[in-house]
Write a protein that binds this ligand. Structure first.
Ligand code: CAA
Length: 261
């Protein structure tokens, strides 16, 4: 595969793509070269038929300490607006149809918190620190935080975090449902994410893709339209071979062997 300057990319388990942000000197601050590499690595995993689920992590100290403040500090309105600054970030999730698990250790602040929330499933360890401290810099979240955080933890808690810039602890993140699981150590967190990705990779990739698509719709649609959308996709799956394989295997007390067709 390709080599990257700011990422470590591998496939440590069957069907699983693994990306580690690797800009230790700046606590994985998200500057444009890193974001472009991340887009490229995610696109390659999306295109790779042998990869079915992806884990994204940082270091023990920092998932990512935010957008790169030094890169942004002299940015003008006309340049930010003209170049659609941060637009390249939205790429990270819009094209990705395969499940993305973010394994968060250490700081996930500002753009780091926003990147973490772009995951389909979030796992963290007990010393992870979340927050949207942009207000302290005279700005606001710029990569989806003002929308995804309230959806994840409710308006009042999100307002509290975004207006004060105060951190959210791992314990709060677990209790409020920002993350699906809180592990004791960073190593357990990454291993837990890899194990979940491996589990997902063993199912029919048709069913997995459809499941991600319908759950994502719940974030944008009302219940009635969302349930109608779910029904259409559910009906569509009866046109797949894997539906026949999965249900026949159950009836015959066999293990299914998926074709992804
Ligand atoms: N941008 C650029 N550089 C950063 C950075 C960032 N977001 N976060 C950390 N760094 C750099 C530091 O400048 C420092 O570099 P030098 O060694 O060259 O001085 C290096 O990483 C190590 O950081 P610290 O010495 O500060 O480490 P610490 O352990 O004392 O503190 C921290 C850790 C509390 C996370 C602190 O680094 C910090 O507050 N970082 C900024 C957090 C922040 O404000 N993030 C939001 C950014 S704005 C944003 O993200 C906009 C958006 O919505 C898209």
């Amino acid at each position: 595969g390709k080599t990257y300057e700011h990422l470590l990319v591998s496939s440590p388990k069957p069907g699983v793509g693994f990306i580690q942000l690797n800009r230790p000197k700046a606590l994985n601050a998200l500057f444009t070269p890193l974001i472009l590499e991340l887009n490229s690595a995610l696109r390659d995993f999306q295109a790779d038929k042998s990869i079915s689920a992806i884990v994204l992590t940082g270091s023990e100290k920092a998932f990512a300490a935010g957008a790169d403040i030094k890169e942004m500090k002299d940015l003008t309105f006309s340049h930010a607006y003209g170049s659609d600054f941060i637009e390249s970030w939205s790429d990270l999730v819009t094209f990705l149809k395969k499940p993305l698990i973010t394994a968060i250790n250490g700081y996930a602040l500002g753009g780091g918190c926003e990147l973490a929330m772009m995951g389909d499933i979030l796992y963290c360890s007990s010393k992870a620190v979340f927050g949207q401290p942009e207000v302290k810099l005279g700005v606001i979240p710029g990569a989806g935080g003002s929308q995804r955080l309230p959806k994840a933890i409710g308006k009042s808690r999100a307002m509290d975090a975004i207006l004060t810039g105060d951190n959210i602890t791992a314990k709060q993140a677990g209790e409020w449902g920002l993350v699906a699981k809180v592990f004791e150590t960073p190593e357990e967190c990454v291993n837990g994410a890899l194990a979940t990705a491996e589990k997902i990779a063993r199912y029919s990739q048709i069913a997995v893709k459809a499941a991600k698509e319908v759950v994502n719709k719940s974030q944008d649609l009302g219940i009635r339209e969302g349930v109608e959308f779910e029904r259409r996709v559910f009906h569509g799956l009866f046109g797949s071979q894997d539906q026949k394989i999965g249900m026949k295997a159950f009836a015959e007390k066999q293990k299914p062997s998926w074709t992804n067709e």
